[in-house]
Design a protein around this ligand. Sequence first.
Ligand code: FAD
Length: 387
Amino acid sequence: TKNYDYLIVGAGPFGMTFAYEAAKRGKRSLVVEKRAFIGGNTHTHVEDGITVHDFGAHIFHTDNKMVWDYVRQFAEFNGFQNQVIANYNGKLYNLPFNMNTFYQMWGTKTPDEAKAKIEEQKAAALKELGDRQPRNLEEQAISLIGTDIYKALIKGYTEKQWGRKATELPAFIIKRLPVRFIYDNNYFNHRYQGIPVGGYTQIFEHMVERADGLIDVMTNTDFFDHKDEFLAEFPKVLYTGMIDQFFDYKHGELEYRSLRFESETIDSDNYQGNAVINYTDAETPFTRQMEWRHFDGLADEGKTIITREYPQDWDRTKEAYYPVNNEKNTELYKKYVQEARENAPEVMFGGRLGKYRYFDMDQVFNDALNTVRQEFGIDDDFNFAHD
Ligand code: FAD
């Protein structure tokens, strides 16, 4: 057996970035991954010349130039910008809420007209509420944006996402509803955006290739099948799985929402004319439909692949996608953090499952690099110069 410096649980962006940076500093890692492939939820594969994102649309977007430079060491990025269309009972609207949406909804043409319309809608809602605070998500959303947009573009989608009526969901889920009074359908506000040409998986393959043999990856290996041996053998562990599972759920189970994906290859050059279409009514059982060729701006080629995303309840047999960060789970998570501090000081917990937070990819890369900084005592900025 080799002399490993680290055991890394999970071959997602967090684990792989740490392994790569450790290798650059001469440290050897064994990465164990329970799935059959690396890249975690960012994993992509190529089929009929089309790059398919296996766990839902992944668009890289960030204002963090360091992270943007970092990921571009491992892949060339295209200039994709997400411009989502909403389909509400057959009528189409642009997202995020902007002058195009307001025109489609009310026929307003200038920012002043649109603002007046939204104020009028909000005023009606606030009158209804009187003095009290919004008691649920529905009241909260209406008080922020009015009834028309809420009904067409928020209600059904949110109810499907959470599997509950908007009147039974807590108000805190929606804190703000950003609106733009410009004609701009670019979903994200970030300066740097794109998708790796050929997909995300290559990023992690390149990390392994460039680690000069210092990273070994074992796929189809669940840490919990060998937990005691691993912990006995490895002085240092980076764990990016579920933190409650690490402690055998001893304080109880953290809750998640799950998703189911259904893909189809269709004999068409261009099936829906856009990368992502959200279905915002309550009846269509899926929330979004992706057409992958549009993420790469591929030319028409006779075949296209689409994927529908269905939210579903989570249990231990399903993939955990979105943490449910309510009060109960936040308290529970704190207990596990305490547990980790007291009983597993040799283990670093990282990534979206280890930290029980929804993180976008740029945050995950950034956090992983911060963990590297701490572990290796680096106090200056990383320099990732590349051409
Ligand atoms: P993961 O990618 O989940 O990797 C963790 C890995 O650990 C997994 O491969 C898992 O199998 C493995 N693992 C867990 N437990 C064990 C165990 N016991 N033994 C062995 N291995 C284990 N981010 C964006 O920036 N832009 C987007 O557009 C975007 N869209 C998203 C859409 C969806 C539907 C979802 C779910 C997420 C999206 N994200 C997006 C977020 C992105 O997926 C995450 O930021 C990223 O995958 C987190 O990386 P990670 O390494 O923390 O976790």
